[in-house]
Write a new protein. Structure first.
Length: 320
């Protein structure tokens, strides 16, 4: 970033409860007036008079901070960030360039974890993310191996969503309205979590997976899998998402055959299970599939096998 502005004591502006007049020192008024005169007219920086910026927060170029927003002292806003009204950004939080936080969202909130002992709570929000109204995103903890909450580029967090402490979201993840993630959840690139769904703590969701609306997911969801229900069961592969990615037909057919083999589903139409040895456990079948040289040329199939081999559990398949 070319230029950073370190917000100091002169940027603090307090509003009297029930009053109509903002109270600030004369130096704060002069400082704010100077910032607007030098930057606001060129669209570089806008800070509403009712916003509160604690000393130490850092604000980049072309940032818009709307009415009644509050920024903590360890907050960093990169270039082009836009905060609508009543946004609270707290903790050791970095908001990536071009991201937008809508009204009444809370980013970098204190972790809701009994093990949290007031240590620095870290949150990194990627570039071009959108956080909608009333969304709540917690920072990370130092307990149980937590390394901070991380949300990748181009994610969309819709209204009333909750992202708990130490969650890690990849790029282009979408959480629909009122979805809730417990602590330490990991979600791969391009996954979709439908509205009113809940994800159990420490669950991993693979790249490109889809969780249906109102589901409760208590197991890991394999890459490009489709799951729904309470408790969620696999219904198959996320074929809509795979076709949108223009996956080659040969690889798609191999993935469908592997899915039927891995979860011991019978032959259905043109889709037969892979012609591999029948083995008693899912991990053994995934290992056999991964070791077969004829399927090594399919990267998405390899990704499915590696996910199963590296995770604690995967939800059972519900054959229809």
């Amino acid at each position: 970033m070319d230029t950073w502005r370190a917000c100091n004591h002169n940027l603090r502006m307090r509003r009297l409860v029930g009053g109509a007049t903002a109270v600030a020192s004369s130096s704060a008024r002069r400082r704010l007036s100077t910032l607007r005169a030098s930057a606001g007219d060129r669209g570089e920086l806008f800070i509403h008079p009712t916003a509160i910026l604690e000393p130490g927060c850092r604000v980049g170029e072309h940032v818009h901070i709307g009415p009644y927003c509050v920024l903590g002292q360890h907050v960093t806003l990169a270039d082009g960030v836009r905060l609508e009204s009543h946004v609270c950004v707290a903790g050791h939080t970095t908001v990536g360039a071009g991201s937008t936080l809508h009204a009444f969202s809370t980013v970098g909130a204190t972790p809701q974890d009994l093990k949290y002992e007031d240590e620095p709570s870290v949150l990194t929000l990627g570039e071009r993310c959108r956080v909608a109204e009333y969304a709540h995103i917690s920072g990370g903890t130092a307990a149980a191996g937590g390394g901070g909450t991380s949300i990748g580029d181009d994610c969309m967090i819709m209204s009333h969503c909750h992202v708990a402490h130490d969650c890690v979201l990849g790029e282009r993840v979408l959480l629909a309205s009122s979805a809730a993630l417990a602590g330490h959840v990991h979600i791969g690139d391009g996954a979709r979590i439908s509205g009113y769904s809940c994800v159990h703590q420490k669950v991993s969701i693979g790249r490109g997976a889809f969780l249906g609306g109102g589901s409760v997911l208590a197991h890991d969801l394999l890459p490009h899998g489709l799951a729904v229900g309470n408790r969620a069961h696999l219904l198959g592969l996320n074929l809509v998402g795979l076709r949108r990615r223009a996956v080659p037909p040969l690889e798609l057919r191999a993935m469908l055959a592997a899915y039927r083999y891995l979860f011991e589903l019978p032959e259905q139409g043109f889709y037969k299970p892979l012609p591999l040895a029948s083995l008693p456990t899912l991990h053994e079948r995934a290992a056999a599939c991964a070791a077969a040289p004829e399927y090594a040329a399919y990267p998405l199939l390899s990704e499915m096998n590696e996910f199963i081999l590296g995770r604690r559990s995967v939800p059972p398949s519900e054959h229809r």
